[in-house]
Design a protein around this ligand. Structure first.
Ligand SMILES: C[S@@+](CC[C@H](N)C(=O)[O-])C[C@H]1O[C@@H](n2cnc3c(N)ncnc32)[C@H](O)[C@@H]1O
Length: 271
């Protein structure tokens, strides 16, 4: 399916939990429905760390964007699987460093367009498109990417907490490589996903999420599998790690008391 993406629906189906709305619930947002909250509550019974993990993931995203903007002068971001707007979205963090920073948000969940457009398209330097992130040709050929992203300059392509939504049959590593190929040297790829070294956790969550979301899910993986997605790229210090330990700042984040699964990832540079 990597070359054939499903048609995008504009209808928000409130009878089936969605990953975007479940994540919104875990982050304390309001754009979720009873069905999403019930699925989260059920999931948390087996993997109680999930809310803390989601909060820490979001902080990781913000730290990475700030670091890329401040330390590496990155002014262009393509955010694959952006999720619903919350506090300190990618463009707000990047534009706090330089208001001229440009961001294209991509999500296939219609709720991101329906509820998110007003905030995610706050100014002329941001755009949100409803697309399947596997459709690299469509995304790079879109009017929004053509308008906002100069492919002769470095870009940061973000895949933050999204690759577990892509099944192996759709080759998540191939997706990262396809995007990297389009970017000039000096660009960055940010990748993290849910991993567990416990087979029972991996199987339970993978099956639970696949069933709950009617197939909008891939797989909880193992840490070593993620490293393979970044083959040929220069992994930046501190390497691939549990994301709350990636260049932590002074702000105290919530502690993940149980580690049955973690959000694991880091940043790679195209040499
Ligand atoms: C856990 S949220 C992560 C949001 C954000 N990247 C973050 O880390 O805060 C995963 C997001 O990926 C989106 N998503 C899942 N599969 C997708 C696909 N094939 N194409 C585009 N977006 C997808 C979901 O709709 C959801 O909004």
């Amino acid at each position: 399916m990597s070359q054939q993406t499903p048609p995008q629906s504009s209808v928000v189906d409130v009878s089936i939990p969605s990953v975007a709305r479940m994540y919104d619930y875990y982050l304390g947002g309001k754009d979720n429905y009873a069905v999403d909250r019930a699925a989260c509550d059920e999931l948390s019974k087996v993997v109680p760390s999930t809310q803390v993990l989601a909060l820490n993931n979001r902080r990781f995203l913000q730290r990475v964007v700030r670091w890329l903007a401040q330390e590496h002068g990155i002014r262009q971001f393509i955010d694959h699987g952006s999720g619903l707007p919350t506090q300190d979205n990618v463009h707000q963090v990047a534009q706090a460093v330089d208001p001229a920073s440009r961001v294209v948000y991509i999500d296939n969940d219609p709720i991101v367009l329906a509820h998110g457009r007003a905030l995610l398209e706050e100014n002329a330097n941001t755009a949100v498109i409803q697309a399947d992130m596997r459709d690299t040709d469509g995304i790079f050929g879109s009017p929004e990417v053509k308008r906002l992203i100069d492919l002769d300059q470095p870009v940061a392509a973000l895949f933050v907490s999204v690759l577990h939504c892509i099944p192996d049959s759709d080759d998540p590593g191939g997706l990262v490589a396809r995007v990297a190929e389009r970017l000039v040297p000096g660009s960055f790829l940010v990748v993290c996903q849910l991993v567990s070294e416990d087979p029972a956790t991996r199987d339970f969550v993978t099956n639970f999420m696949a069933e709950s979301t009617h197939g909008q899910w891939g797989r909880v993986r193992q840490a070593h599998e993620l490293a393979a997605f970044l083959d040929g790229l220069e992994i930046q210090e501190p390497g691939l790690v549990e994301v709350s330990t990636w260049k932590p700042d002074a702000e105290l984040g919530p502690r993940q008391l149980t580690k049955e699964w973690i959000e694991f990832g880091g940043v790679a540079r195209k040499a």
